[in-house]
Design a binder for this molecule. Sequence first.
Ligand code: HEC
Length: 96
Amino acid sequence: MGRTLAAAIGIASIAAAAVASAEPPAGAASCSGCHPASTRVTSPVPRLAGLDRAAIVRAMQDFRSGTRTATVMDRIAKGLTDQEIQAIAAWYATQK
Ligand code: HEC
């Protein structure tokens, strides 16, 4: 019984992860205008793909609050809700 439930939860979270990484969430597509999607692009703006989820969330919250100084990210972060930041960070963390 316990095993079956654990297995069911395991399958459900795998399915959720697969759905989450399939399509970029709202707002994520706009990031790639400045943050390169390809490793072959040389840019002073760091790639987001593969960054740690918590690190992206922290950076966005610090940009938004002004704790971390920025040229443009402060303004971009102010346009996003906590939920959007979480979704974007989770999505980028799963990208290669
Ligand atoms: C107009 C160009 C532009 C867009 C669009 C943009 N960024 Fe940025 N991003 C920057 C720049 C430039 C920096 C460096 C900090 C600064 O000067 O603002 C940065 C820094 C960051 C950092 C810190 C990275 C690190 O490792 O230090 C994160 C995280 C980030 N951006 C996330 C995002 C997300 C998420 C989006 C989409 C919602 C986004 N950015 C859209 C230009 C952009």
